[in-house]
Design a protein around this ligand. Sequence first.
Ligand SMILES: [Zn+2]
Ligand SMILES: [Zn+2]
Length: 357
Amino acid sequence: MNTGRFCADCGSTQVPLFENFCQECYWKIHSLGKLKRDYIEIPLCLICNAVKLSSGWTGSNQVDEIPEILAYAHLKLLQSDEDTISNIFEIDDIPWGNSNPVFQIYYNLTYDGITEFTTHTETFTLTLKLVGGNCSLCIRKKTGSGESTVQFRAKNRNLAPEEEDIATNIAFALVAEKENESPDAYLADVYESYGGLDFSFGNVAIAELFVEKLKKKWIHHTEKNYKLVTEDKDAKRIYQVTFLFKIPEVKVDDYVVFQNDLHRVKQVSAEYISLISMLNHHLITTTDWVDLKAIDPTPYLITKLVVALDSVNESYLLMDLRDYTSEEVNVNRFPNSLNVSNEVNLLVWENQYYLPI
Ligand SMILES: [Zn+2]
Ligand SMILES: [Zn+2]
């Protein structure tokens, strides 16, 4: 075998070489592949021993089937060239005495494509932690309800994109916070529906929590509805719980009629709507939002010249510079005094002038 050649790394002679390396040195610098993840937490149903895989919940299992199910399900995490053979090498026993048992699965990659060398094997370790909870099926059985939807709507209008963003962010943050506590506390889907958004949750509890979070954001109207989905084999009725969360028609900066006069919406909060009176610029709040709607057509702006102040009649003489018509307007129309000989922008609504904010 002595050809006068030697390993480029360790210098050994008398050994088979491939690409100028001995077998040992060659595999120090080459690898058959990798494991995409080496640690995964697996939700486990404490009622039926279902486990949640990336494809969803398995059905109920025998406890002693779980190691193999998990080992086969995660074989796909091994990445290698196609002429490399992957297989499960060994599975540790699950320490069931532990409430969140951790155990290892060992995978092998095997390659015999280098004729100069003997077959090469690399072992990869995947650590799994089982986290107890309830599978969606057991929760449905327990609560007698199906998956739960929250319908997020605005009264008489489509939701604004920023309103959709706020609610969606709340939903994702909530699920990220709760999913570890309950494997069923997931957000299954968010979709546009009737000018609003429907949030489909894995269980009623998480949907209800979502509604509570929305309540802290907007003044609202809510409804909880039960829809009969089916009857199971024991004639137990299965309901789906649907929540409706409706926010006001008006948004910030809308003009509204309130107490028979023009107001502008300043804020829509969780407890009230605050409005600015366009007559005196005072701020008022109301919880009586249901009948508030943006006026249409909206007030428009005009420019007038303040020609004079008549202090006897307490009125301004205002002139329209387009046609030089003028008129007297009582000083009480405006919360601030107008500067004589200046131009002023005024809002017009129903033939009345208002000083814009
Ligand atoms: Zn070597
Ligand atoms: Zn279960």
